[in-house]
Write a protein of this length. Structure first.
Lengths: 302, 288
């Protein structure tokens, strides 16, 4: 096979020449020393009730910028559930430490111009499902408009100034050293990145199963949404098919065991399987939830 | 909430840092995991999935008095499989030393609400199903009664003065022990013994009550393998009479160290557990 034929379809030779500079920031992040031991749990969620709610809301108002998708419902369900499992709503600061946030800012991973980027839905638990859908549409449209252009400019600059490419290999080490040594620097870095949980949906690309990784300087929890599947069930001797959504969760085994993680996943499942009382309005905090925000800690944030 | 000495003018809402009591207490409680689970302490783990047809096991359990729990059945099947292939109950120091267990101890993880604790059953092979079940139930009840206050109920406010420095010192000393301790005579044996006392030679995790449908995990040295059981699943199959019927299956995941165990051997080991659970008469026996 000639080298030209090894290029994946849809990727021209010119694009491949630029590929490594475009991936530099990912390559240095994915160094083995940067990842954490994470476990991955997965639940298969029955979508019948969520599908009915989605259709009803879209029949009421189906304008492009206001349409509700499963993605929005999952973001809302995850944000609601995190309100009662706040321990998963945080970031790493240093190697042995973490920071837990009271406010829930959900980052949705969006495929834009061949690169994954995040749009952050602030206070996702406090928004109604419709508000969350509107905000997501608005942010994704804006990001798609701006990111491709920015990326082109960055790649051009990197090609012209070769030293810049070399510096990119050194900067993460400097940054990590700073974060190891200076706690304040670490906190500043994290405040610049407003998301507190990340939700990625490889299911839209047809992915049926995968396992993500957690990295130094990133979030404690990653939720993954897989492709919707049809599952056969038997009812009164008749075979019926139902839609199920596999939702996976990657979490740091050092911060908690499988029990608390599975309970968060099950609360997301409950939000999606019984959506009317949970998804339509703001999140309802359960005062008995053992992993909710510590009682008496922190003033009501504005 | 205070963030200690750090001034975050542009902080986005309230937050808890390691200097706040609830999070500091939690990180302290999980010190071993926080310091120990670095990438260099992890095995190159493979995840192997198989499932068990549950009809025969359900009949077997219903026919016994007292009815044994699933964890006890898993423990008994694993103990018998470990007798066939003791490699999976060995301990590996990550360098060149593989320690075979004369009498493998099984660790059964128990969810206590906030964290998992292990019931360690030394000489598990000698125990019958009823004895295993009684010990697991007794320890699980004890662990749950001993559980401390939850994250929400933990006292608010700053952590005690110097708590962070003390924790950092403990982490550094633990890290030094893990990296260089093997150079001291007897240190490796002590570390392996501590591991066995905490988790046994082979750990079993029953995630079924937590409604987990799928799992991918990792493995920490010195363990060579661990077993995870997930939630039983119903599948529609065509029965012998041609009609559709529901079949219940229990998914099992064996996480094993690929550098030590070839896949065919791991498959044979997991099949040994599956076979014993599908033909549960094999589980009877052992001391009462």
């Amino acid at each position: 096979m000639s080298p030209r034929r090894a290029i994946p379809p849809g990727l021209s030779r010119g694009q491949l020449d630029d590929w490594i500079p475009r991936r530099t920031m990912y390559i240095h992040r994915f160094q083995v020393a940067n990842w954490y031991p994470n476990c991955c749990l997965q639940a298969r969620i029955d979508l019948a009730a969520a599908d009915a709610l989605r259709k009803r809301l879209n029949a009421e108002d189906g304008r492009p910028g206001r349409r509700v998708t499963f993605n929005h419902m999952i973001t809302k369900a995850a944000a609601n559930a995190l309100r009662n499992h706040i321990l998963f709503n945080g970031k790493y600061t240093r190697r042995e430490s973490a920071m837990i946030y009271q406010r829930i800012h959900a980052a949705n991973v969006v495929d834009t111009a061949g690169m994954a980027t995040r749009v952050v839905i602030r206070d996702a638990d406090r928004l109604s499902l419709r508000e969350l859908a509107e905000e997501t549409h608005r942010l994704v449209s804006a990001r798609r408009l701006t990111l491709g252009e920015k990326l082109e400019r960055f790649t051009d600059l990197q090609a012209r100034v070769r030293l810049l490419g070399s510096l990119f290999w050194v900067l993460p080490y400097v940054e990590r050293l700073e974060m190891e040594v200076f706690h304040r620097r670490a906190l500043d870095f994290l405040v610049d990145n407003p998301s507190t949980v990340v939700i990625t949906n490889p299911g839209t690309l047809g992915v049926q199963d995968c396992k993500a990784m957690l990295f130094f300087g990133q979030l404690l929890t990653c939720l993954r949404v897989m492709a919707i599947e049809e599952e056969a069930v038997l009812e009164r001797g008749e075979v019926r098919f139902r839609k199920v959504l596999p939702v996976g969760m990657d979490y740091d085994q050092r911060l908690c065991d499988a029990g608390p993680a599975a309970r968060l996943l099950n609360e997301i499942r409950r939000n999606l399987e019984v959506p009317e009382p949970y998804l339509v309005g703001p999140a309802v905090e359960d005062p008995q939830a053992p992993l909710a925000w510590p009682a008496g800690s922190g003033a009501e944030e504005g | 909430m205070s963030a200690g000495p750090v001034d975050l003018e542009h902080a986005d809402g309230a937050y808890l840092t390691r200097d706040d009591a609830p999070l500091a207490a939690r990180l302290d409680a999980r010190l071993d995991a926080v310091a120990g689970l670095r990438y260099q302490h992890l095995s190159p783990a493979a995840n192997l999935h198989m499932s068990v047809r549950l009809e025969a096991l359900a009949r077997f359990r219903d026919g016994r008095d007292p009815r044994p729990g699933l964890s006890a059945c898993l423990a008994r099947a694993a103990a018998l499989a470990l007798e066939d292939d003791p490699l999976f109950a060995c301990l590996f120091d990550g360098r060149a030393r593989l320690v075979r267990a004369e009498r493998p101890a099984l660790g059964i993880s128990v969810d206590t609400g906030d964290a998992a604790r292990f019931v360690v059953l030394p000489e598990a092979l000698g125990l019958g199903l009823d004895a295993l079940d009684a010990r697991i139930r007794e320890a699980a009840a004890r662990f749950r009664s001993e559980a401390g206050p939850s994250f929400r109920a933990s006292p608010p406010g700053p952590a005690p003065r110097g708590a962070h420095r003390r924790r950092l010192a403990r982490i550094l000393s633990q890290e030094a022990r893990e990296r260089f301790g093997y150079l001291l005579p007897g240190a490796l044996e002590a570390r392996l013994a501590a591991y066995v006392a905490g988790q046994g030679h082979f750990a079993i995790h029953n995630l079924g009550p937590l409604r987990v449908d799928e799992f991918k995990g990792f493995l920490r040295r010195p363990a060579v393998a661990g077993l995870w059981a997930l939630t039983a699943q119903a599948r529609v199959v065509r029965g012998a009479d041609g009609r559709f019927a529901e079949e219940r299956r229990l998914p099992l995941v064996l996480v094993y160290s690929q550098d030590l165990a070839p896949m065919d051997r791991a498959c044979a080991f997991l099949q040994g557990i599956v076979r014993r659970l599908e033909q549960p008469a094999a589980l009877a026996g052992g001391a009462a």
